[in-house]
Design a protein around this ligand. Sequence first.
Ligand code: GDP
Ligand code: MG
Length: 448
Amino acid sequence: NLSDKLQRSFKNLRGQGTITEENISDALREIRLALLESDVNLNVVTELIEHIRARALGEQVATALSPSEQIVKIVHDELVNVLGKDTARFQKSSQPPSVILMAGLQGSGKTTTSGKLAQWLKKAGHRPMLVSVDVYRPAAREQLAIVATSINAQLYKGDTKGEPADSKLVERLAKEAKREAANYGCDILIVDTAGRNHIDDALMAEMAMLKKLLNPSEILFVADAMTGQDAVNSAKAFNDHLTITGAILTKMDGDARGGAALSIRHVTGAPIKFLGTGEKPDAFEPFHPDRIVSRIMGHGDIATLLERAESTLDRGKAEQFAKKALSGDGFSLDDFREQLRQIKKMGSMKSILKMLPSVGPFAGMQQAVENVDEGQFTRVESIINSMTNKERQNHELINGSRRKRIAAGSGTTVQDVNNLLRQYGQMRKMFKTMGSGGGIKAQQRMMS
Ligand code: GDP
Ligand code: MG
């Protein structure tokens, strides 16, 4: 991944404190390739590379970071910049219902996403109503009805019997739905529309008619992240015709690298608002620029990891742990054992380690991922169980003879005990680093 490549192109720079025109060119070439491979649009890449070069060359020498770390940080910041700093909020109209018009090609995920959005809005305390004006495929309207039932959301069904499937019918349904939403006291109307395989005049004319009729406060472009560059082209076309207010990237659970997010943002100027991460109604999350950037850069995803930890771990314990681990004191073997127990609840160790970044203090851990032996948990726990309370509070007490005793007591070998103590030492160090530098934000997130 990109971070690894950067590390490599900077390998022979060790000991050099400065970034120069010459030593940066290799890295910039790698960055360029990696961004293109991640489906970032060529114009965007060119512009980004210039920003990165300018910033890198202007960077102060007296920083604690090595050149490669500086570059990684600059690239990260610049990508986040393109995406915009914050998760976007919804616009509302002064008169309810506010209308959200869903736009996009067929199969991009409009209907599925309409349901996800309705569920998300419900959880946020809104009363959304759904309507499908995809009259051209009867199954499409039925699909939305099924989704609405499954999430227990209001749906305007309307009567289409015997009517020709044309823009007239679309217009009538849309008008009725808006009135119905107002009557039911629904504050938001989500309008699921028809898509085509390609952009055509009839589709755009109909969308323009809906825009004029409904005066939507949001026009959300739904894009399949797996389609990469095509998604960017259709985003541009929809934006040229309709001026979208935001985009939702679906199918991010696949192996899409997320570069489409950068391109869509850059080409349309509209923020990415949500990501779809699966077929189920709750596989949906607000967009966080830094997460996508981490994904593109192969940093792993600390924020997601911490959130997952937070929702699974007992909250009080998690807070205590974060305070302790991230403070200068580090954390004891008791805490370590407690963490292991909690982690066991979270899922496999491998999946958790995979989310750690592959740079800086974490560099060695990716390799460790491949060697993780899930059964080792039990072994580690029994080793810690065989320690005395004092030893668990202060690992420095554990000398050679104590190691022998602990190994015998837990039915393991001195080597196993040594390994455990080494791992524990690494973890202590890692948490300390997180607490004193780049991890501050994560720490706050975990403790707020
Ligand atoms: P529409 O034609 O734009 O309305 O698209 P649909 O909502 O019918 O979705 C097309 C297909 O994509 C369906 O099979 C959905 O289940 C699937 N889909 C939609 N969003 C996601 C997602 O975030 N992840 C995955 N894996 N599948 C999705
Ligand atoms: Mg549909």
